[in-house]
Design a protein around this ligand. Structure first.
Ligand code: C5P
Length: 236
C-alpha cells in the first residue's frame, strides 16, 4: 500500500497571540509549516503530501515553490477544529486514495519531524492492521486539579504506562475515515484532539511508537524558541 501525508494547517493559533496564524510564523528562517512540508515532500516513501488550509487562507500559495508543487497538493477545506479539518481532508481524497492506503496525519505545528522519525513509524507499522502514532513516555509527575480558578491538586495520576501523543499518526485511509465519520455521527468529534482517539472509539488499539522530544508541538510563544534550538542544531 502507498503512504500519503495529510497536514492539517487550518488553525488560527490563538494561543500564540498575534495576527498571523502560527503555522505561518517564521521559525528558524522560514514559515513554520514549511519545515514539516519539506520533510514529507522530500521523503521517498511518501507518495504525495496534502495540506489542509482554510478557504480564506492567503499565505499558502507564497510557500509553494515549483519543486514543492510536484509533491504537494493544497486542499482548501479546513474546518472549525483540527478533527474537522482532517475529516474534510479525508472526504476530499475519496477519489484519489484506496481503502488500504496509509495516511500519515501530521500537525503543521510540529516542525521538528524528520526523515528518521517518519521511517521509524513506517517500519514499526509495516505489518500492522490498525496503525499507530509517535508518542513519548510521560516523564513528569501528573496532578489532577480540582478545576477551581486557583486550583489545588486532588491527586497524583500514576504516570506508569502513560504516553504523550505526537504526530504523525498513521492509519489505513478507510479505517481513519470511518472512525472520524462515526465520531462525528455520535457528536464526539469535539471531544477528541487527535486521530488515534477516533480509532480507539472503534475499540481498536493504535500502536505506540517512540517519538522524539525534537518533535514537540509549538503551542505557546516559548515553544518556538525550543523548536528553533532543535532545528538549528546538528541533525542526528
Ligand atoms: O492548535 P493546535 O496546535 O492544537 O493545532 C494542531 C494542528 O491542527 C495545527 O497544525 C493546526 O493548524 C491544525 N488545525 C486545523 N484546523 C483547525 C485547527 C487546527 O487544521 N480548525
Amino acid at each position: 500500500a502507498r503512504h500519503f501525508a495529510l497536514i492539517p494547517a487550518a488553525g488560527v493559533g490563538a494561543r500564540m497571540g498575534g495576527q498571523i496564524p502560527k503555522q505561518y510564523l517564521p521559525l528558524a528562517g522560514q514559515p513554520m509549516l514549511l519545515h514539516a512540508l519539506q520533510r514529507f515532500a522530500a521523503h521517498a516513501r511518501i507518495a504525495h503530501t496534502f495540506v489542509v488550509v482554510s478557504a480564506e487562507d492567503g499565505w499558502i500559495d507564497a510557500l509553494m515553490t515549483p519543486a514543492l508543487r510536484q509533491r504537494v497538493s493544497i486542499l482548501r477545506v479546513g474546518g472549525p477544529t483540527r478533527q474537522d479539518s482532517v475529516f474534510n481532508g479525508l472526504n476530499a481524497l475519496r477519489e484519489q486514495l484506496a481503502d488500504a492506503d496509509w495516511v500519515l496525519v501530521h500537525d503543521a505545528a510540529r516542525p521538528g519531524v524528520d526523515a528518521a522519525l517518519i521511517d521509524r513509524l513506517l517500519d514499526a507499522l509495516a505489518q500492522d492492521e490498525v496503525g499507530g502514532l509517535l508518542a513519548l513516555p510521560v516523564v513528569d509527575t501528573l496532578k489532577r486539579g480540582d478545576g477551581a480558578s486557583s486550583p489545588r491538586s486532588q491527586q497524583t495520576v500514576p504516570r506508569a504506562g502513560l504516553w504523550a501523543a505526537q504526530t504523525p499518526q498513521m492509519f489505513p485511509y478507510a479505517l481513519l475515515h470511518r472512525a472520524l465519520r462515526q465520531a462525528q455521527e455520535q457528536g464526539r468529534l469535539g471531544e477528541i484532539t487527535d486521530d488515534a482517539s477516533a480509532i480507539e472509539m472503534l475499540g481498536l488499539r493504535p500502536r505506540l511508537v517512540e517519538g522524539s522530544p525534537r518533535n514537540l508541538k509549538v503551542t505557546l510563544a516559548q515553544d518556538a524558541a525550543l523548536a528553533e534550538f532543535f532545528l538549528k542544531g546538528p541533525h542526528p
